[in-house]
Design a protein around this ligand. Structure first.
Ligand SMILES: Cc1cc2nc3c(=O)[nH]c(=O)nc-3n(C[C@H](O)[C@H](O)[C@H](O)COP(=O)(O)O)c2cc1C
Length: 244
């Protein structure tokens, strides 16, 4: 049984984790990354199937992936800005068209929109980016595909055969990984955006066909950029509870 005194440390650890969106280029020592992965590997899963796999990109592979993803992001953005003609060209060439396993661009349910908007606006406000400054918004969004400068990107794949439950298991795994990273002095950002294009990561890694790209995680050391202080807050805990 864990000692009672660790409960407070645990609370402090989980409460102080934040998504990091500006990293130092400092590489992660291999032993440190292995320690974090070993912790993450203790995550529970459906029948202990551990229905997830990781593609971990550092160094030249990381750089090639960032270049490939940014190129697709730029191509797709240009096509969208190019009106009907731009969209037709995107459809004809298919280059830049999302080729991920899951759709990352969808209408948000009405009841979730306010939180999504508040989070986006809060982030852009902190960065001094105006609501109509599309160029600056584009540049900020693009940073997702440069892994916010992190030296390592982890792509998370789930087994399609376990349906929704592999995604649930991967979520538990990802949070265990992010908390262990935080405890070891590393910073992370889980990124659904990194599931938009699967082609670049499939070209670099041997990924079994049953495994589908669900998200990425940028990992490294946080810079002291103000963006890393962004804390969008949460519902009051009571708001999570359904009334009887
Ligand atoms: C599954 C998942 C996907 C996410 N995708 C992105 C993303 O694509 N880009 C990004 O900047 N943040 C992304 N985030 C980070 C969330 O915006 C962040 O967790 C949320 O705003 C709460 O902030 P916090 O992590 O600092 O507590 C994602 C988080 C999760 C769990």
């Amino acid at each position: 049984m864990a000692p009672a005194s660790s409960a407070q440390e645990f609370s402090e650890l989980v409460r102080s984790r934040r998504s990091t969106r500006d990293f130092l280029t400092t590489p992660i020592p291999q032993g440190l990354l292995e320690a974090v992965l070993a912790d993450a590997n203790t995550a529970p899963s459906w029948s202990n199937t551990q229905p997830y796999r990781l593609a971990i990109a550092s160094g030249a592979v990381r750089d090639r992936l960032a270049a490939g993803l940014c190129e697709r992001f730029d191509t797709a953005t240009r096509a969208q800005q190019g009106g009907l003609l731009g969209k037709l060209k995107l459809l004809a060439t298919r280059h830049g068209l999302p080729d991920g396993d899951f759709t990352t661009n969808f209408e948000y349910p009405e009841d979730l929109q306010p939180r999504r908007r508040a989070t986006g606006h809060g982030l852009y406000e902190l960065l001094g980016i105006g609501r109509k400054d599309h160029a600056a918004r584009h540049q900020q969004m693009r940073k997702n595909f440069e892994f916010f400068g992190a030296p390592t990107a982890i792509f998370v794949f789930v087994h399609a055969g376990l349906r929704e439950f592999s995604i649930l298991d991967a979520g538990i795994f990802v949070q265990t990984l992010m908390l262990s990273a935080h405890a070891h002095g590393l910073a992370t950002c889980a990124q659904g955006a990194l599931a938009t294009w699967g082609g670049p990561v499939r070209a670099e890694f041997d990924i079994p066909k049953d495994y589908k790209l669900i998200c990425g995680i940028s990992i490294g050391y946080a810079s002291d950029h103000a963006v890393n202080q962004f804390n969008p807050g949460r519902h009051e805990a009571g708001a999570l509870r359904l009334t009887a």
